[in-house]
Design a protein around this ligand. Sequence first.
Ligand SMILES: C[S@@+](CC[C@H](N)C(=O)[O-])C[C@H]1O[C@@H](n2cnc3c(N)ncnc32)[C@H](O)[C@@H]1O
Length: 223
Amino acid sequence: MSILSTFLWKNRQLRHQIYLLRARYHLAASGFATGLGASAWLLHGLVRSLRPQTCVEIGSATGWSACHIGLALRENFAGRLYAIDPHGPTAWNDQGPIDTYPILRRNLRRCGLEDHVEIVRSTSVEAARGWTRPVDFLFIDGDHSYPGVKGDWDLFSPFLTDFGIAVFHDTTWERRGPNRPDMGVPRFVEELRRKGHPVITIDRDCGLSLVQNRVGGLPLVPE
Ligand SMILES: C[S@@+](CC[C@H](N)C(=O)[O-])C[C@H]1O[C@@H](n2cnc3c(N)ncnc32)[C@H](O)[C@@H]1O
């Protein structure tokens, strides 16, 4: 490597690290964390490790989870997140009936993630129409009712790649959260577990469960 190319490479690395620091500062200082809390870093770590080409998020709100996933994609220098949310009033808005779209855009811009996260302003049902891409990483945090969460799994799990991972939020709500009769996520993910899907649950921030699509799990030694 010539002195000039070494200098240019180091310069590019330095600028990249400064962008990442800026994004991390925004995440730490801006106070827009949701109920996902520090568990958003689990999404970040999974995406860093999986190096997915295509990520889908159902339920972006103001972008706490989308920014953590997007930051990991930026650090990977690859991959794209499709961040699906109608950004209108639903029964599952943390922020009340406000339009979260401009706030999401602002947070993505402040974190420098606009090239890695594509905002899809629609419901998951609308977004799934005509969907064809394989999905390596799926985060389900939208309509938390039983029919809603089951519908999201049914729509997008057929696209999960072999070692792809789906993450559900609020899976230990019934053990940890306030009583909410319309909450259906724990019941649905428990059904997947009983059917034999591999499920690992982190009992923090009302529960994050990692689920794989193949019943019984994928063989680690080729069959
Ligand atoms: C709990 S918030 C998501 C929080 C976000 N994942 C985070 O941690 O930053 C739930 C979001 O799901 C969205 N939502 C509700 N029904 C939806 C649907 N059918 N399709 C997509 N998003 C939906 C709501 O608009 C709301 O913004």
